[in-house]
Write a protein that binds this ligand. Sequence first.
Ligand code: B3K
Ligand code: ZN
Length: 878
Amino acid sequence: PQTIYLKDYQVPDYLIHTVELNFTLDERRTQVVSRLSLARNPNSQSSETALVLAGENLKLIRIVLNDDQELTEADYHITPESLIIHDVPQQRPFTLNIENEINPKANTALEGLYLSNGMLCTQCEAEGFRKITYFLDRPDVMAKFTTTLVGDKDRYPILLSNGNLIAQGDDDNNRHWVTWEDPFSKPCYLFALVAGQLECLEDSFTTLSGRKVGLQIFVEQHDIDKCGHAMQSLKNAMAWDEQVYGREYDLDLYMIVAVSHFNMGAMENKGLNIFNTKFVLARPDTATDSDYEHIEGVIGHEYFHNWTGNRITCRDWFQLSLKEGFTVFRDQEFSGDRSSKAVKRIEDVNMLRTRQFAEDAGPLAHPIRPDAYIEINNFYTLTVYEKGAEVVRMLHTLLGSEGFRKGCDCYFQRHDGQAVTCDDFVSAMEAANGRDLNQFRRWYSQAGTPVIHVIENYRTDEKTLALTIKQHCAPTPGQPAKELLHIPITVGLLDKQGNAIPCNLQESATGNYEVILQLTAAEQTFTFTGLAEKPVASILRNFSAPVKLTMERSLDELAFLLSYDSDTFNRWEAGQQLVGQVITGLIVDSQQGRPLNLPPIIIDAFKRVLSQSWEDLSYFSLLLSLPSEGYLAEQMQVVDVEAIHKAREFVVRTLAEQLQPELEALYLDNHRDESGQFDAGAIGRRRIKNVSLSFLSRLGNEKVQQWSTQQFNTANNMTDQIAALANIVNYPHPAKQECLTLFYQKWQQEALVIDKWFAIQASSPMPDAFATVVSLTAHPAFDLGTPNRVRAVIGSFTQANSLHFHAVNGQGYEFLANHVIALDILNPQVASRMLGPLTSWRRFDPTRQNLMKTQLERVMNSPSISRDVYEVASKSLM
Ligand code: B3K
Ligand code: ZN
């Protein structure tokens, strides 16, 4: 397979101004007629005159040039990926009418036009439009689309595409047709169509300037009672973008369609978003609090793309983070404003540090703006999305809210209607703020997580605290030497009583209680003055940069920060470090066969947290949560999943024993909230109650087992029911099988709830987990053709059950390879994602390394391997 390089970018040789599409819909034989108006691009740098249109799996019927000249086989050439027309007008615009046929039913890759539960729908990003018709399938070719859909009235009563409905009528043979026109020029990756039997929830939103926008959410009939939260989320997002960014919606209609078969979360097609049902459907009894939060976040994300992605799009796919990093930053801030900023930030950082840091340290590490790819679908990564959002957040930190907003306004004003680069975004920030961000730009081109090392030096005689900060970044594949980055480090100081004290830097005494240090050199010293006693420094507040911070910290100092830091992120982080340091020690003890002991300082720290009164119960529950096994694995040279599990479980169990009365009281105080409401208060109560129950479940006592069964049987909301079931499944419980059966029978009609049923069992730490997973893949409700189900079973086992996936006999690895090979034939995108856990083989002991490599090689050597899987497997073996 061929590698595509950013350095080879060339403007398109031809441009498409308008597209008229006509679809005659049929499950097996959809006819596509496309009329393109084209012209040679005056900026083309090439002497090549042939017109090369992208197209895959298409049956070409006919091509007509300028309405009168039907092309013959001598005029063009077809390859598996393209249609090459040798001779087209160079001096004046021309038209092409292309007719082709496609088979949506055979499309199991779920890219292009495909079938989901009888409904026809599309996914075109990144390069799916070429599976619909021949086109210049690249984001810098932007055209006006008019789309007519013709279909059977009974099978396809609803016919949707982008923009506004401009005409409709009846046809012969019980068919009807609808024409949609999108007034905004767009790249073809934003094209969408949907046809099927759908129910619709309708509402409206009046924009700041007084325009009324119709809002419609389309779902399968039985799901119409689960759309209310998505609709409310959409309205919240629309209002938020007006308030925070001054951005209004631009069409008269905003449609969302939920489909059961979807490779990713959702897609921001202009005026017609298509969503995985998982990010639309919610009813208190079927969806958890975190489902509700994710729905609001993803609805917001896709809505925000209308400005950051659609109105201004990417010049080429290397610039993906231009729209994704920025839009993730926007959705993070939106979610934080809607619920708890502190909790949202911690959740985002947690995911970044466990998963994106691992990606950035592994064989597939790449900059947020990659230089090369084989299959672009492999680059919708945590790095492009989450690290990309951190880079935008650093700009926000460096420029301040007002400066950042000025930069955004400049970006929107300069580039509306264009396809641009990450560099254009940074330039707008510079121009609006009179700043030089040249060194900062390196964040876009350099992979790897920088390590920041801090050394403190307090001088009594001078009353100063000097912080010497060093930066270093280890080599990553293809980048042996690293350049110095511009890193914002937010710092605060605390006195012995835990009060904030002014941070007066030697060169600028502002009297502020917080300062943003600008680290630009390999090593810099920042000196704070006027400090009569040695303060405690709180460093990298709010996680002001995506780095690893190393610093000598005593357990006492960490416990102090856990009690007093006014920065909610660093307060939580101090607790994580405190427990993390102890668990790290216990891992070594466990590896060397020493008895495990929990130092009293940990129990005291938890006691203190438990004895305080907390307004934000979600935040409180995060303070009580231990670093995850994944995060602990990240801290180890050689990952030892058994020792990690053993040490961490020891700490949780010991805390449960030592704090049993407090945890029981916490459970009993909060467990009677059965309102099923979704305000922050109720969510917090459920969260803290379920954290307590999870601690107590480790004790294996009958009283707690009964609490779980009781909660499972009487819960009126999915959060409580699934939390109870998780405890019943994860720890010995006499009613395990009975509860699992009951749950399945109750929810078998609700695919998203059944996904939870599969996922819980697949991620259980109980010794029979592997046998269970194998039997789950033989369950009648398991289906390799449904990505959500594949993720629930195979994804949960391989990504959320390290203990059993990494069993030293290699059965977990072989299981994954078997499924990836089978899945790759159906759906390369999902197969390639599932392969992920095997790519981290270098992190394990030699025995496991060999077992993992053997399976990766097996995958590599399987016949008819896709480009997607080939790229991931080959790069990880390199
Ligand atoms: N832009 C889409 C992702 C498309 C993935 C293509 N493999 C969803 C999003 O980020 O909003
Ligand atoms: Zn996105």
